[in-house]
Design a protein around this ligand. Structure first.
Ligand SMILES: [Zn+2]
Length: 317
């Protein structure tokens, strides 16, 4: 958990409010923080010791005092789900002084569900804490929000991700990779470590850049083929290319800052093959396409790739 968020939540345990709205750009980071907060409330030390009875139960998903709901298959939280919360609260089921209700992806609550929930929030049962985790708090009604304490979970910096991952026992190389792929999300960073597809995509990015750097007249046809190998992971491929290109600009002078310390052959080839101005030109083209993919996801991929290759070849001609 982000250190400042942790401090804030830990302090608030002494004087718990009945509702919290935890928001992040990344749903998974918001959810993870919400669960860690719930565990903190239950933990004997309020520090997620991992050893006390509550921590063990929580980690084994056996905590009776914890209840969570998530969006359904249509990506909505309908009123039935909120009624289930009420049913749970109506029972005496609990194994702690407090009970925590975690509404995951609470921005998927329908308006009807939110109004139903509001009634509970207006007269909160004793010793019940509602934790709503969202990646977009604008979808939460003002009336609901006014009942909740809002906590912003800021994106994690590269440095934070590396520090936290190494603290958790990950190797430094894995932490570096996590930091460059996580793009601000600690949970994303963790996922990349075991993701073999991302490793393939990085290798593909390397192959394309090596082709550009070492061939006098890189073949349009072969480049098209390389790019289409990425399939649905084209954005990831572009990020990987961007990351390698940025590294090549600072290589070898600032080797300690590299995101891709395992790809120095590629970095050296880029450095040898292009002037700084050309490297920056390619970076610009790649970044334009990353933005285009975000803003116009419906744009035809084959056309986009073709245009991008033309632009890159023009830059390096
Ligand atoms: Zn504990």
């Amino acid at each position: 958990m982000n250190i400042k968020v942790r401090q804030f939540l830990q302090n608030s345990i002494n004087n718990l409010s009945s509702g919290y709205l935890l928001y992040s750009r990344f749903q998974e980071d918001a959810e993870k923080t919400a669960d860690e907060f719930a565990q903190m409330i239950f933990c004997d030390t309020h520090d997620n010791c991992g050893k006390c009875n509550s921590c063990r139960k929580f980690q084994d998903n056996n905590m009776i005092s914890y209840f969570s709901v998530s969006p359904d298959e249509k990506d909505l939280i309908k009123i039935d789900a909120v009624r289930q919360i009420q049913d749970y609260l109506n029972t005496q089921a609990k194994d702690h002084e407090y009970r925590c209700i975690h509404i995951k992806g609470a921005n998927k609550l329908t308006v009807q569900s939110q109004n139903y929930l509001l009634k509970t929030l207006e007269e909160p049962p004793r010793n019940v804490v509602f934790i709503l985790s969202v990646d977009n708090k604008d979808m939460i009604l003002e009336t609901v929000r006014s009942r909740l304490i809002e906590v912003n979970i800021p994106p994690s910096s590269r440095k934070e991700i590396i520090e936290r991952m190494t603290e958790q026992g990950y190797g430094y190389e894995d932490a570096l990779l996590g930091a460059s792929w996580g793009r601000g999300s600690y949970e994303n960073a963790l996922k990349t470590v075991d993701d073999s597809r991302l490793k393939e995509i990085r290798d593909l990015a390397e192959k394309i850049l090596m082709r550009l750097a070492t061939k006098r007249n890189p073949s349009m046809f072969l480049l098209m083929q390389d790019f289409s190998e990425a399939g649905e992971d084209l954005s990831e491929l572009l990020y990987a290319m961007d990351s390698l290109l940025l590294d090549s600009v600072i290589y070898p002078e600032e080797a300690e800052k590299l995101d891709n310390p395992d790809k120095t052959d590629c970095l050296a080839s880029l450095k040898a093959g292009f002037t700084l101005k050309k490297l920056e030109g390619i970076i610009e083209v790649v970044n334009e396409r990353i933005e285009q993919r975000m803003n116009f996801p419906q744009f035809r991929q084959d056309l986009m790739i073709e245009n991008m290759i033309f632009d890159i070849l023009e830059v390096i001609a």
